[in-house]
Design a protein around this ligand. Structure first.
Ligand SMILES: Cc1ncc(COP(=O)(O)O)c(C=O)c1O
Length: 388
C-alpha cells in the first residue's frame, strides 16, 4: 500500500481533456446525459456517475477518496461542516426508540444533539466519563445501537482507549463511531481498532489554515450507503469549492502536523514548569493520565493542550486578555496559535454541572498550537501568564 504522504499528494480525480497537472474546481450543480436511456440508467444507479452535486461532485469525491484511503476505509461522504457530518451520520442510522452510549466529553454541539434534539425523536443516550470505560457495558440496553466517542476529547484532551471501545462494540454488536477531529487521519486511524465509522470536522487541522468549513464520514460501506441516501435527500453536501480547498490542504497535512506536534510538545513542556499553569494536559506528556494509551494509538500528540489557570475564572479572563501573538478565537487547528476559554465560549451551552462533569473547569484554557516559531508562541504565553 502507498504511504500516507503519497496518498495525500497523488490521490487525484481523472484528468480532463486539458491534462491539467493540479485538480481543477468543478463548480457545477448538475451534469448532462447522452440521452433518455443514459439518464434512466444513471438515476437507477446502473451506472456510477455524477448526476447532481448534492449527491456527488468530482471535487467532493476526490476529497472523500483521499480521507477514506488515509483512514483505511472503503468509502465515505463529505459534508458542509463537521456538525453536518455528526448529525447526518447519527440521524441516518438511528430510529425512534434507539439508544446511544457516548463519552460525556464530546463537542458542545454534539452534546446538544444528544440532549436537546434527539429526544424530540425519542432517541435517548447514556453518558460515561472518560475515566470510566469499564462502566460502558453496564449502560448498554437492548435498544442501544451506537457507541460514540471523541479522542482526544475537546476541550479536555483526554484519551479513550480505542482498542477497548472496539472490543466492547463488537461484543454488544454496536456501531462504533469515532470523531477523530483532534487527531486527523495522520495521527490516528480508529478503524484499525474496530471503529465502524470515523468522522472529521475538516474545518480544523484538515484545512489547517482557518479558511473553509467541511466535514466527512468514512467507514463501513453498508453504513455509508445509508448515510449517503439520507444526505442525498436532506442536503448537507460539501461545496465543490470547499472540497477542492480541503483536498489541496491534505497534500500538506503530514508536514504541517509534524511541525504542529513538535511545537505543541515544546509548549506543553514549557507550561508544565510555569507556576501559574496547573493540570497541563497534552497526550504525549508523560504526566498525561492516559499517556500509555495515547502512545499506543497515536503517532504524535496533536496540537491541542489544555491547562488550568491558577486563580479560576477571573485569572482565566486576564490571561485571555493578555495574549498578544496568539488569537482569541473559538477555532482550532489553524496555522495561527489560538487560545480559547471553553467555559464561556464553545461549551457555554452546557450547564455548570455538565461542564464540570465533562472536565471543563472555570479556569480551563485550550491552546491550539500553530505554526509560528515556537519561541514566539512560548514568549507570548509566558508574558500573559506573568501578567496574572
Ligand atoms: C471534536 C469536534 N467535532 C465536531 C466539531 C464540529 O465541526 P464544525 O465546526 O466543522 O461543524 C468540532 C468543532 O470544533 C469539534 O471540535
Amino acid at each position: 500500500m502507498e504511504k500516507f504522504e503519497t496518498i495525500a499528494v497523488r490521490t487525484q480525480m481523472e484528468r480532463s481533456q486539458h491534462l491539467e497537472h493540479s485538480t481543477p474546481v468543478y463548480l457545477t450543480s448538475s451534469y448532462v446525459f447522452e440521452d433518455a436511456e443514459d439518464m434512466r440508467a444513471s438515476f437507477s444507479e446502473e451506472k456510477e456517475r455524477n448526476i447532481y452535486s448534492r449527491f456527488t461532485n468530482p471535487n467532493t469525491s476526490e476529497f472523500v477518496d483521499k480521507i477514506a484511503k488515509m483512514e483505511g476505509a472503503e468509502t465515505g461522504y463529505a459534508f458542509a461542516t463537521g456538525m453536518a457530518a455528526v448529525f447526518s451520520t447519527l440521524a441516518a442510522l438511528l430510529n425512534s426508540g434507539d439508544h446511544v452510549v457516548s463519552a460525556r466529553s464530546v463537542f458542545g454541539s454534539t452534546h446538544g444533539l444528544f440532549t436537546k434534539y434527539f429526544p424530540k425523536w425519542n432517541i435517548s443516550h447514556s453518558y460515561f466519563n472518560v475515566n470510566e470505560v469499564d462502566k460502558i457495558e453496564s449502560l448498554v440496553k437492548p435498544e442501544t445501537k451506537i457507541l460514540f466517542a471523541e479522542t482526544p476529547t475537546n476541550p479536555g484532551v483526554d484519551i479513550l482507549d480505542l482498542e477497548r471501545l472496539g472490543e466492547i462494540a463488537k461484543k454488544h454488536s454496536l456501531i462504533l463511531i469515532i470523531d477523530n477531529c483532534f487527531a486527523t487521519p495522520y495521527l490516528q486511524n480508529p478503524i484499525k481498532f474496530g471503529a465502524d465509522l470515523v468522522i472529521h470536522s475538516a474545518t480544523k487541522l484538515i484545512d489547517g489554515q482557518g479558511r473553509v468549513l467541511g466535514g466527512v464520514t468514512v467507514g463501513n460501506p453498508d453504513l455509508i450507503r445509508e448515510i449517503y441516501l439520507f444526505s442525498r435527500n436532506t442536503g448537507p453536501a460539501l461545496s465543490p469549492f470547499n472540497a477542492w480547498v480541503l483536498s489541496k490542504s491534505l497534500e500538506t497535512l503530514a508536514v504541517r502536523l509534524d511541525k504542529h506536534c513538535e511545537n505543541a510538545l515544546k509548549v506543553a513542556e514549557f507550561l508544565e514548569k510555569e507556576p501559574n499553569a496547573e493540570n497541563v494536559k497534552y497526550p504525549f506528556l508523560k504526566s498525561h493520565p492516559q499517556y500509555e494509551i495515547a502512545k499506543k494509538q497515536m503517532k504524535l500528540g496533536g496540537n491541542i493542550i489544555s491547562f488550568e489557570i491558577k486563580g479560576g475564572i477571573e485569572a482565566g479572563r486576564i490571561f485571555i486578555d493578555s495574549v498578544k501573538l496568539c488569537s482569541r478565537s473559538a477555532n482550532l487547528g489553524d496555522t495561527r496559535s489560538i487560545v480559547t476559554h471553553p467555559a464561556s465560549t464553545t461549551h457555554s451551552k452546557l450547564s455548570e454541572e455538565d461542564q464540570l462533569e465533562a472536565g471543563i473547569t472555570p479556569g480551563l484554557v485550550r491552546v491550539s498550537v500553530g505554526l509560528e516559531h515556537v519561541d514566539d508562541i512560548i514568549a507570548d504565553l509566558k508574558q500573559a501568564l506573568n501578567s496574572l
